[in-house]
Design a protein around this ligand. Structure first.
Ligand SMILES: *Cc1c(COP(=O)(O)O)cnc(C)c1O
Ligand code: SF4
Length: 440
């Protein structure tokens, strides 16, 4: 690998319960500190020294995008839930009373969007393979049990329930065996996506136990190995000075040398995350292995609801050799009311951003919703037969025959998610009237 190794960075993680005591936070308005205390009793939060020292601009907090991304805000909870929990904390209510109010508040926040725990879980002769998801023919998702946390948490996380144990059933495999068995039996699968949480939180040895077997000839059908991660944003030292960083890069190199396409599916929410020396060095080191970095993130209020931010992000990524991949619509869970944007606005932000960059920088598709029938892009708003409609299209679908088929939804300026959409022209959605090709 390139260059001499600088001295290692030591991680100091700060959990939600300690946020209000941070010296940087002590300097903020007392009302902000109280909100932090109340909201972090309900939703999971975690930052670390890299996020605090190198990403957040404390002169601008709380109005700083990375602060908004990682710190609690009062408006993340419905007002009655906020009031109830705040009152219990103020009068130092018994723990059990606080716990039950907190649980009630959590249940109001749609902890399992899209029935994540049941939907798309494949089966074999031994029963449900919990910890795998197989929704689209060519791609299987693997949730390694040791990778179900992150170096810091995003306020909009749609897997938040897993981080606080609301999930009665954690969606994870305890080791690689079941996943490998399933993949060996499914030659139609070309892509494996390790996801979480953040699989890069695992030791290199652990990651190797999942990845190396896939390089054997019996897995020749697995052309693409993807690893979803926010480590480039929340802990780039994972790829530079951590004790097993060089070993991790060697693992990626082995996978590309074995003829696999290795894609680090990076999550970047704001251009700021791409600007530190640590992140740039990490990107260079990953690229040197032959792996490709592709980037995706949801479009969210308070963090990146500005076309200039996306345009700058896509320009910077392209220059650094990171390919923009998806702009997602934020999911209807957790603090979604704080982060959500009308689809109308999402469409216009995407269009303004994409039209202001070069063709090479226009590789991100969006805005796209990961909905139950498939990944739905909203391509724009048009007027057809005297009616305003959202022009939509499946980028991915349960039935491959649906991919690329345009369909139209009634324009609705308040719609924020797929479930808010109604078919235009009062016909049922086309996929509800056709026989299902590839049921799973
Ligand atoms: C997004 C997604 C994929 C991958 O889709 P691509 O368009 O190939 O990136 C696979 N499975 C699920 C469940 C997804 O949500
Ligand atoms: S990186 Fe992903 S899984 Fe981790 S907190 Fe953020 S959104 Fe959730």
């Amino acid at each position: 690998m390139t260059g001499k190794s600088p001295s290692p960075m030591k991680m100091r993680a700060v959990p939600g319960a300690r946020l209000a005591h941070l010296p940087q936070v002590q300097r903020l308005d007392p009302a902000v500190r109280r909100d932090i205390e109340v909201v972090s009793a309900v939703l999971p939060f975690k930052v670390n020294n890299y996020v605090l020292d190198e990403l957040i601009d404390w002169d601008r907090a709380p109005d700083d995008p990375i602060y908004r991304l990682t710190f609690p805000d009062r408006d993340m909870l419905p007002e009655p839930a906020y009031q109830e929990v705040a009152e219990l904390i103020d009068r130092k209510a018994p723990r059990a009373e606080l716990r039950s109010a907190v649980n009630r508040a959590r249940l109001q926040l749609n902890p399992h969007p899209g029935e994540q725990l049941q939907a798309n879980v494949p089966e074999d002769e031994t029963g449900s393979l919990v910890g795998l998801q197989h929704k689209y023919r060519e791609t299987v998702l693997v949730f390694p049990g040791q990778g179900q946390t992150c170096h810091a948490y995003c306020g909009y996380c749609f897997r938040w329930a897993q981080f606080i144990g609301v999930a009665e059933l954690k969606q994870a495999v305890s080791g690689p065996e079941q996943a490998l068995q399933y993949l060996a039996a499914h030659p139609e699968v070309s892509d494996v996506l390790f996801t979480g949480g953040d699989p890069m939180i695992m030791s290199t040895d652990r990651l190797r136990s999942y990845l190396s077997p896939l390089l054997e000839p019996r897995f020749a059908h697995i052309r693409n190995i993807r690893i979803g991660t926010k480590a480039l944003s929340y802990w780039p030292y994972r790829f530079t000075t951590d004790a097993d960083a060089t070993d991790l890069l060697r693992l990626l190199e082995e996978a590309t040398a074995a003829g696999r396409h290795v894609a680090v599916m990076a999550h970047f929410s704001h251009v700021r995350e791409l600007e530190t020396d640590a992140c740039r060095q990490a990107i260079r080191r990953i690229r040197d292995t032959g792996a490709v970095i592709r980037a995706q993130a949801p479009l969210v209020r308070h963090v990146n609801d500005d076309p200039a931010v996306w345009a700058q992000m896509w320009r910077t990524m392209t220059r650094l050799g990171v390919a923009p991949y998806y702009m997602f619509v934020e999911r209807d869970t957790g603090a979604s009311q704080y982060f959500e944007l009308p689809l109308d606005r999402a469409v216009s932000i995407y269009r303004d951003a994409i039209s202001s960059v070069s063709g090479l920088e226009r590789t991100a598709r969006g805005p796209v919703m990961s909905a139950s029938p498939g990944k739905v892009a909203v391509d724009g708003i048009a007027r057809i037969a005297g009616q305003d409609v959202f022009c939509c299209r499946f980028l991915q679908a349960r039935d491959p025959n649906w991919v690329g088929r345009p369909f139209f939804a009634k324009h609705d300026e308040h719609a924020v998610w797929f479930d808010d959409l109604k078919p235009a022209f009062d016909e049922p959605w086309f996929w509800q009237t056709e026989p299902f090709g590839q049921d799973r």
